[in-house]
Design a protein around this ligand. Structure first.
Ligand code: G4P
Length: 291
């Protein structure tokens, strides 16, 4: 899953996606609904140029419903593009997505029709950072179960078109771009969600920041899961207590804080604290998505 992105990779990925984009009418940009801002490619607007775009909030089943609705409405209003929440695992939202692709390309198709060009199917490609559910969504739309594409930056060669119903054709390999990982807030959230491996940040540091953030944003979920002995603990005390209660001791009486940290991250990533959205609406500013 984890790709090491170097400037060379980024340039190549961008070039490949730009090439593939020439073949399609609409870009389906998928982000993770739990971190819609942090899981966007920072150059998406430049990469897609003026292509019609549909934004998909994937993994909506794991995100906070209220926040998903707020992000969706804000982006619809600010970016003037269709925004659709989907759950790829259960196939929720797929028909709405196909409708959104039609809506996004309606103008273009009307203009083509005026010039006498008639095409029945809309051509689309899926683009997004690693691990947001691109392959799962393509497979879901194609009604197939296998075909993992592997995480290579850009787009793999020899693409094929997959028919999705009567009106949509999809490139079978997604475009893979990079997240904005030079921003600490973004990197934290990518790591909390499991989208990037926590090699850059130690598990302990990540878990401490996560506990402190959860304590502000989702205190009830935190308390329900870990049943802390006090409501006024610091994140370090919380981690110690989780370690003491749930993880085997390292040596006699030595709490394994590292494993406690990994447990917290895993709990959150697998949804054991419930549906959580890591990004906050104020983060829209950092992408200029507010304008
Ligand atoms: P990518 O192509 O963008 O890299 O992502 P991919 O489809 O491989 O999906 C990454 C992980 O996210 C997979 O889990 C996949 O099952 C999960 N996923 C994708 N869409 C959704 C969704 O809408 N909801 C939920 N809850 N999960 C989703 P994995 O554990 O990495 O792989 P696997 O064990 O499922 O094979």
């Amino acid at each position: 899953m984890s790709i090491q992105w170097f400037p060379g990779h980024m340039a190549k990925a961008r070039r490949e996606v730009t090439e593939a984009l020439k073949l399609v009418d609409v870009v389906i940009e998928i982000v993770d609904a739990r971190l819609p801002v942090s899981s966007r490619n920072p150059m998406m607007a430049e990469v897609t140029q003026n292509k019609p775009i549909v934004i998909v909030l994937g993994k909506a089943d794991m995100a906070d419903d209220g926040m998903t609705a707020l992000f969706r409405d804000q982006w619809k209003k600010n970016l003037h593009v269709p925004v659709v929440a989907v759950d790829n695992l259960h196939g929720q939202g797929m028909n709405i997505l196909i409708e959104a692709a039609k809506q996004a390309t309606a103008d273009k198709f009307a203009k083509m029709a005026k010039k006498g060009i008639r095409r029945k199917t809309i051509r689309a490609m899926v683009v997004g950072i690693p691990n947001v559910g691109k392959s799962t969504m393509i497979n879901r739309l194609a009604k197939r179960s296998a075909a993992k594409t592997g995480d290579k930056p850009g787009v793999t060669k020899q693409q094929q078109w997959i028919k999705v119903g009567q009106e949509l054709e999809l490139l079978d390999t997604p475009g893979i771009l990079w997240p904005k990982f030079d921003d600490r807030d973004v990197a934290l959230r990518l790591a909390w969600s499991g989208a990037i491996k926590s090699t850059l940040l130690e598990s302990q540091e990540l878990a401490l920041e996560l506990l402190s953030w959860l304590n502000k944003q989702y205190p009830q979920a935190l308390q329900n899961r870990y049943q802390f002995s006090s409501m006024t603990m610091t994140s370090a005390e919380m981690l110690e207590e989780i370690g003491a209660k749930r993880v085997a001791k390292k040596a006699q009486d030595v709490i394994d804080v590292e494993r406690a940290a990994e447990l917290v991250l895993r709990d959150v990533q697998t949804g054991l604290l419930g549906r959580i959205t890591f990004d906050e609406l104020t983060m829209l500013d950092s992408f200029g998505d507010q304008a």
